[in-house]
Design a protein. Structure first.
Length: 124
């Protein structure tokens, strides 16, 4: 995923049961107050959730795409690293629901994201 290179995402864990992606705080990814931008946090969580959904695709599918995402922001990141841990809540034939916890390097919960991924198939 080209965006992973732009944000410097690293895969710490990559399995159907859990995907963990991490990245470092950088001034270029922040708001005016030096806080990691919420959109960057959402992109990290969406990337982890999308990867988790991809690893849980049913037989005969061709991919996945996010159709819904709900984010609760619970803290701020002012430095260091941040990680997103995605786990599947529902593995269906039409949709896959993933929950992602975003934490700072001290383990503090920064955001909780629930997303629904549509299972893509080739046209009949």
């Amino acid at each position: 995923m080209p965006l992973a290179v732009t944000f410097g995402l690293r895969a710490e864990s990559y399995s159907a049961d859990q995907v963990v992606l991490s990245m470092d705080w950088a001034p270029s990814l922040c708001t005016a107050n030096g806080i990691l931008h919420g959109g960057v946090i959402m992109a990290l969580a969406d990337s982890a959730g999308g990867a988790c959904a991809l690893l849980n695709l049913p037989e005969g599918s061709t991919g996945t795409t996010t159709i819904e995402s709900k984010t609760n922001f619970l803290g701020a990141v002012r430095g260091g690293a941040v990680s997103a841990t995605a786990t599947p809540l529902h593995r269906g034939g039409t949709t896959i629901v993933v929950e992602t916890a975003v934490r700072d390097e001290a383990g503090k919960l920064i955001a909780k994201v629930t997303q629904t991924q549509l299972v893509l198939r080739r046209p009949a």
